[in-house]
Design a protein around this ligand. Structure first.
Ligand SMILES: [Zn+2]
Length: 256
């Protein structure tokens, strides 16, 4: 079986599904992680305070996207997954022409988590992108409402539309998933369709592999946690089921 994970950014699939990926590979299946916004800033990228703020936080040098791609390569190698990096830039780098001027599409924190800009051509580019042959497609549910997650979700849903035989699972994005309201908001997008949850039970070695793989994303740790110990604790906590404390990753299924 071939499992294809669509990851909006260089970390989402591992953060959210890293233990599942490890378990699948361990069982002899193939896993491909396709990251949508793995591209460098373009010539037209307009410097914004948001970009400066994130680059400062990432501490990833002069070419932060290249550094982030290397982090992803290391994490994927650790889990035994293959990777594909698409050349689309993160939303903070994307721009549009307005008359003679070039404007940044997402200059502020609010805009990152707002609606997709009408002049954003990322989804259009994705719809023209071929995906590798796969049996199961994993798509971000949309928790957190980040524009790159919305675009990746919409692309995934369209891929499923075009290829009904492809099985699809919607994954809960970690760490956004820690906010219950954010999950409900993500689910409301699919109304009137109600989705059913599937919990994938994981072994401790899968959870440990996930924790080690997340640690590869050095530039991203400070955004979410105080350090690696806090990351491990929070990651385990987020995977724990209320009923019996078993460790799981959660997927949502649409009825077909
Ligand atoms: Zn993301």
């Amino acid at each position: 079986m071939i499992h294809l994970f669509l990851s909006p950014h260089l970390d989402d699939a591992v953060l959210s599904c890293g233990a599942t990926i490890h378990q699948l590979v361990r069982g002899g299946d193939s896993v491909i992680i396709l990251t949508v916004t793995a591209g460098d800033p373009s010539e037209s990228t307009v410097d914004t305070p948001k970009i400066q703020d994130l680059h400062e936080r990432w501490q990833a040098g002069e070419t932060p996207t290249a550094a982030r791609r290397r982090e992803d390569e290391e994490a994927a190698r650790m889990l035994g997954a293959q990777i594909i990096h698409l050349p689309i830039g993160d939303c903070i780098y994307r721009t549009a022409r307005k008359g003679d001027a070039v404007i940044p599409l997402y200059p502020s924190e609010e805009s990152l988590f707002g609606e997709v800009h009408p002049n954003d051509s990322a989804l259009e580019a994705l719809l023209a992108t071929e995906i590798p042959q796969a049996d199961v497609l994993y798509v971000p549910l949309g928790v957190g409402h980040h524009v790159d997650h919305q675009i990746t979700r919409d692309w995934g849903l369209e891929l499923k539309n075009r290829t009904p035989a492809l099985a699809m699972k919607l994954y809960e994005e970690y760490p956004y998933v820690n906010n219950k309201i954010a999950i409900d908001r993500a689910l409301s997008f699919y109304a009137p369709q109600t989705l059913t949850v599937e919990e994938r039970l994981l072994e401790d070695e899968d959870v440990m592999a996930k924790v080690h793989a997340i640690a590869c994303y050095k530039s991203q740790i400070s955004t979410f946690w105080k350090g690696l110990d806090a990351m491990e604790k929070a990651t385990r906590q987020s995977m724990m089921t209320a009923e019996n404390g078993a460790l799981v990753e959660r997927y949502w299924l649409m009825s077909s």
